[in-house]
Design a protein around this ligand. Structure first.
Ligand SMILES: [Zn+2]
Length: 188
């Protein structure tokens, strides 16, 4: 079955209306969700996402004042120290001082992945499944990395408005790679 792709405005509206909300597979109140920044329209991560990306963590020696650490790949500024529940210690920009897991950071941001997918949909007159969009966002670990809360929140953000042609091209190549990984079984 083929369907006309929604206009970018319509798909933006669908996202704003919480189109992806029913894709959450985290149980409600699960603290696994606490590391997710509020990015409107972005699909929910998989329940395994955090543990997979932070799988490189190492246990700290006794008496070091923290339980686990891992290098910050987002800012390249050294160790992220965590307590026994994987909550970031001394985290910057932690809402209300509440400890939470350090975030899973995107190398190519969702905004550009979303734009690249919209362009594919328009060009091919087909629309991607929600499962595929989720895979593009969270399914390929080569686009995900560790990061301090502060490193993820700080710095210049790449947006659709300020992205360079190369960044947009890189996002398109990444989506192509995901289509191949899913053997082309990506359209509604
Ligand atoms: Zn950092």
């Amino acid at each position: 079955m083929s369907a006309r792709p929604p206009s970018r405005d319509a798909s933006k509206k669908a996202r704003e209306n919480g189109f992806f909300k029913d894709m959450e597979d985290d149980p409600p109140n699960s603290d696994d969700g606490d590391w997710i920044a509020n990015v409107p329209g972005r699909p929910a991560p998989y329940t395994t996402t955090w543990l997979t990306v932070y799988g490189k963590r190492t246990s700290a020696p006794q008496g070091s004042g923290f339980a686990f650490s891992v290098n910050c790949e987002e800012g390249g500024d050294g160790a992220i120290e965590m307590d026994g529940q994987y909550r970031e210690l001394n985290g910057k920009s932690t809402p209300d001082g509440r400890l939470q897991k350090p975030p899973v950071c995107h190398i190519i941001p969702w905004a550009l992945l979303s734009l690249a997918m919209s362009d594919f949909e328009t060009k091919n007159q087909k629309i991607f499944t929600e499962e595929f969009k989720r895979y593009v966002c969270w399914g390929d670990n080569s686009n995900l990395r560790t990061g301090h809360n502060g490193c993820n929140a700080g710095g210049q953000k790449v947006t659709v408005q300020n992205a360079t042609a190369l960044q947009i091209q890189t996002a398109k190549h990444f989506v192509e790679k995901c289509i191949i990984a899913q053997k082309g079984n990506v359209y509604k």
